[in-house]
Design a protein around this ligand. Structure first.
Ligand SMILES: [Cu+2]
Length: 119
């Protein structure tokens, strides 16, 4: 699984750098398109180093079912593409997020505050 503390092979680091570089640009490249989109509640935002990963930012989400990926709700950590993704969200907030599968990791590549269910 996506155990914290797993060391990435060099090829993954290259992919991560590409994702971060793309996120910084005005026009996201097609490579930045998420493979899945999910919804959930932010439980932890952990810039590195943290108890879950020495060098990568980690977000712990209590996520709803993600059709085609995880059919049940669960609480789990995801590696985030960049700590910049943490800027606009807070612990306890409901969010939508984009996931991209890279070798040995399921990477969060976008996080947005979810629209309120009602006002
Ligand atoms: Cu999950």
């Amino acid at each position: 699984m996506y155990a914290p503390g797993v060391r990435f092979p060099a090829v993954v680091v290259v992919v991560l750098i590409a994702v971060v570089a793309g996120a910084a640009g005005a026009q996201p490249a097609p490579a930045d398109k998420p493979d899945w989109r999910g919804t959930g509640i932010v439980l932890k935002l952990l810039p590195p180093p943290s108890e879950l990963h020495a060098t990568r930012p980690v977000i712990v989400l209590q996520h709803d079912p993600i059709p085609g990926l995880m059919e049940e709700s669960m609480t789990m950590p995801f590696i985030a593409a960049s700590t910049a993704l943490f800027r606009d969200v807070r612990v306890g907030e409901r969010v939508t997020f984009g996931l991209k599968e890279v070798p040995d990791a399921l990477l969060v590549i976008s996080i947005e505050k979810a629209a309120p269910a009602r006002r």
